[in-house]
Every structure is written in C-alpha cells, then in structure tokens.
Design a protein around this ligand. Structure first.
Ligand code: SF4
Length: 376
C-alpha cells in the first residue's frame, strides 16, 4: 500500500498565520509548474517500489486556484503513471470562493474527484478578515452546499481555534454552523504561531496577543463534545469523522505507510528514509521534474519515538506487539514503564496489546506523549 501526495504551491493571497510552501505566482508559472509535476511523476514513478496507489491527495497552497484544464492534466497524468484502484480516495483541497455548482459537477463526473477538503477556518466574519482569508462565512456555507448538491458528499472542512479575540461563544457558534452543514469530516487545529509569518511578527511585537491557554483548552473540550453529540468519531487528536468517513490518505501517514510526495516542498517516505523537495517554487519549476531535495534517514530510536507520537494521537492507539517486533524488548519495557503512572491515573488505557489515550487523556495528550517518547 502507498499513497500519492501532490503539492500545489499557489494562493491568491496569503493568510497571516501561514508558513506552508506557497506563492502568489500567476498563470504562466502555474502552467510551467504543472509540466514540472508531470515530469517528476515520470522520474519518480518507482519511488515506493510499487505503482499501486491507494489514495491521491492534492493539497497546497490552494489547488482550487488552478484552472480545470491544468487540474485535469495533472490528474490524468497521475492516472497514466500510477495504478489506482476503482475505489481510490481522491481528495482535492479547495477554498470556498473557488467553488460553484457547475465546477463541482465537473470535478466529480469528469475529473473523478471524490473527496473535498475545504479550508473554512471560521464562520466569524471578523476572524476571517483578521486571518486575511478570501472568503466570508456565507460563501463557505454556500460552497459546502453546492459541492454536496453536485454529488460530492465526502466533504471535510478545516477549522482553527485559539484565535485572538475568540472565546467560547464565538467558537461555539462556529461549531454550530459547521455541524449544521452536510460535512462528514472535520479537522480542527489550535492556531500555531510560526516566527517567519506576519502573525509571528505581530506576536513578537505584542501587536497581537493570543488567548490564554484555558480558553483554547475549553474550545478544544467543546469541539470534542459537540462533534461527539453530532455523531462524529474522534479518531485522531485533531480529526473527527462520521462513521466510515475517516481520511484514508492521512491514516496512512500515521501508520508509517510509504508515500510519494510530488511538487515544491513535498515530503516522501519510502519506509526508511524521508525526502523533502526544495520549497522554492521557482527552483522547482526550473528543475523540470528533477528538483533538488534533502533526505533524512531516521535512527531506530527516532522511528520508535515517531511511532509512539503518531500512534498515540489516534483512537486505534499503539500496537504493543508490533512495536516490540520493530524496536525490541528494551524499547517496549521503557514505554510500559513510562506509561505506568498514566495508566494508574486512567489517562492511558491498556487493552490487550493496545495502548491508547483515555477520553480524559486526550486533553493532556502532549505531556503523555512527551513522557513516552524518550526511547533511545
Ligand atoms: S490559503 Fe492555505 S496555503 Fe494559502 S496562504 Fe492561506 S493557509 Fe496558506
């Protein structure tokens, strides 16, 4: 099993918190980028030692900013080069203001896209303006409805909590509006401040002050409660899905499944070594399918730590038998020793060969995971 990720590093404008690989280059650069992507597909088709790809995820940036001719070209080339099963999950990220009913019908019927991941972030107009998002709450609601009515019923939306000026009431209203829509997956992240972004500078100069930790903790608790009441399964710390609608592509990252990442700034993993393409969009375009990259081979202890980190974030938890097979008796002994006090306080639960966070443990996951991650 493997997954294919394609990065589209273009946005019309930049959100103040964003440090993803993305630029505001226009049509000409986008067309040349698509050429480079197709060439990279040809050059790296055997990276995962199989051309069979279970999932395809086109992320960004803003993939919906590409015109449909370019999008179709990329998708068709991917289908020629790789082998996708008929039920492959094909996700495209979109911004609400790029969506209209005719386009959604075309995406589903002609381009074969069967999952939409929409960057909504908030339904509060003041918060959207503060983030420099291009859309309004109303546009987001209409975009979800038009995608759903076009038959794209597997819709995920992203939200951000912990925003300056937000409180439990504004967040509650955002959640209420989100859960009233026909969405079957929700990803919600606490705002993080990256130093290189405009937000990073605003925080450094005290022009912006983040809410107290108690506010974002209360918002997270409300998120868990509201999604559960609405019938969503909390299957990963930041991800909630209606039964059977968990993101198959992301689940593969958490499982350690190999994946091929194409495009500027894209990461790949062949089972042992990680690779990161240059995140300079112009350099990527000029390299025409053979971009500069860096690699990182993880030591056993780094892989063990990463396994603990990703597995404990999921509802499936850490498979202790598999962990022992991969990393040995000493590593397992260390984990169980570190887990003991969290098991005693019922923040971790052990069921047979599985170790997972309890319902309460989810709220203090960072400190528990950090305690268990020092395997060396
Ligand atoms: S749309 Fe997404 S990728 Fe583009 S600037 Fe905003 S957060 Fe970053």
């Amino acid at each position: 099993m493997a997954g294919l990720y394609i990065h589209i590093p273009f946005c019309r404008t930049r959100c103040i918190y964003c440090d993803f690989c993305s630029s505001t280059l226009g049509d000409d650069a986008q067309a040349r980028y698509a050429d480079a992507l197709c060439n990279e597909m040809d050059a790296r088709r055997d990276y995962c030692h199989t051309r069979r790809m279970e999932t395809l995820y086109i992320g960004g940036g803003t993939p919906s900013l590409l015109n449909d001719t370019l999008l179709e070209r990329i998708l068709c080339h991917a289908r020629r080069v790789f082998d996708f099963p008929v039920d492959a999950e094909v996700t495209v990220e979109a911004n609400p203001d790029d969506i209209n009913p005719a386009r959604m019908r075309r995406w589903k019927e002609v381009l074969g896209i069967n999952r939409l991941s929409m960057g909504v972030q908030s339904f509060q107009e003041a918060e959207l303006r503060w983030m420099n998002r291009r859309h309004t709450g109303r546009q987001a609601r209409e975009a979800v409805r038009s995608a759903y009515e076009a038959g794209l019923e597997n819709i995920s939306i992203d939200l951000i909590y912990g925003l300056p000026g937000s409180d439990i009431h504004s967040w509650s209203d955002t959640l209420r509006q989100a859960l009233a829509l026909p969405v079957c997956h929700l990803s919600a992240y606490c705002l993080s401040v990256e130093p290189r972004t405009p937000l990073g500078k605003m925080c450094a100069t005290k022009k912006t002050v983040l809410p107290d930790e108690e506010v974002s903790e209360a918002q997270y608790r409300l998120l868990v409660e509201a999604t559960s009441k609405a019938g969503f399964v909390h299957y990963e710390i930041s991800n909630f899905a209606r039964p059977t609608y968990h993101a198959r592509h992301n689940a593969a990252y958490w499982d350690g499944t190999p994946y091929l990442g194409l495009g500027a700034g894209a990461h790949s993993f062949d089972g042992h070594t990680r690779r990161a393409n240059t995140d300079n969009v112009q350099t990527y375009i000029n390299a025409d399918g053979h971009p500069p990259f860096t690699t990182e081979t993880l030591s056993d202890s780094e892989r063990a730590n990463e396994t603990v980190f990703t597995a404990l974030r999921t509802a499936k938890g850490l498979d202790l038998r598999r962990f022992r097979k991969q990393f040995g008796d000493d590593a397992l002994r260390y984990i169980l020793q570190q887990a003991a006090r969290h098991l005693a306080t019922h923040r971790l639960v052990r069921e047979g060969d599985t170790l997972r966070l309890s319902k309460e443990g989810v709220f203090v996951s960072d400190s528990i995971v950090a305690d268990l991650m020092d395997v060396d």
